[in-house]
Design a protein around this ligand. Structure first.
Ligand code: ADP
Length: 222
């Protein structure tokens, strides 16, 4: 069975952190559209140049661009046994595209919605730091690196992502409310498998335990 897990939630809900932990547990690749787009920007290729301003403004990249990117990634051999999608789908058009793709291959996805209190989200996003080399996420309050400002894994100086500035954070949250939140209703209406987990007060490890339990539950495996 292909393990297709969709991590869904607001910016700052912990999708990225959860996906990194979960990939070690499920041994399937973590596909983050945000990371893929940032990689194109770093490489300075034509796609990167096209999406840079959109991302810096905290608005969503065009559906056709993201759909194509994900489809290409999902056609790679390492996704055969499964994959974790993080940050995709984010609009109704993306969700319809993905569901069509999965249905065409007989793959049943599991959507996990991480629910986090709005105030916690704002605190998390404003305190977020990232390693520019390996992508590891930290938070100056809740998950600081061992040495201030330095990545535990490779010693790189941590950075604030361009879109983690306060005005941009507001824009990203507004995009989530208007474009992404309606997907919860879409998943429900279409009878897709949707599990909701309260992720406000748990450590990433506690949350991982719950996510794994959900994935391995009879309702999902059966
Ligand atoms: P977060 O979930 O914290 O906003 P991401 O790294 O997932 O962070 O996304 C960062 C930015 O990348 C988004 O604000 C958007 O501009 C772009 N992006 C990522 N995924 C998508 C997507 N599925 N559709 C459109 N734009 C996306």
């Amino acid at each position: 069975m292909t393990q297709a897990v969709v991590l869904f939630g607001s910016p700052g809900s912990g999708k990225g952190t959860q996906a990194s932990l979960l990939k070690n547990c499920l041994k399937v690749p973590h596909i983050s559209t945000g990371d893929m787009l940032r990689e194109h920007i770093r490489e300075g290729n034509s796609l990167g140049v096209r999406v840079a301003a959109t991302m810096q403004a905290g608005t969503l990249v065009r559906d056709d661009v993201v759909n194509h990117l994900v489809e290409e990634r999902l056609s790679e051999a390492d996704t055969q046994g499964g994959f974790i999608l993080d940050g995709y789908p984010r609009t109704l058009e993306q969700a319809e595209h993905l569901c069509g793709w999965l249905d065409g291959r007989g793959i049943r996805e599991l959507v996990i919605h991480l629910i986090v209190d709005y105030n916690i989200i704002v605190t998390r996003l404003t305190g977020r730091r990232q390693c520019p080399r390996c992508g590891t996420l930290y938070n100056i309050v809740s998950n600081p690196p061992r040495v201030e400002g330095v990545c535990d894994l490779d010693g790189q100086a941590l950075v604030v992502r361009d879109d983690d500035r306060e005005s941009v954070i507001r824009q990203r949250l507004a995009e989530y409310e208007s474009q992404s939140r309606p997907l919860i209703e879409f998943f429900r209406e279409k009878g897709r498998r949707l599990f909701e987990i309260d992720a406000s007060d748990q450590t990433p490890e506690q949350l991982l335990f719950q996510v794994c339990r959900t994935i391995k539950s009879p309702a999902v495996e059966g």
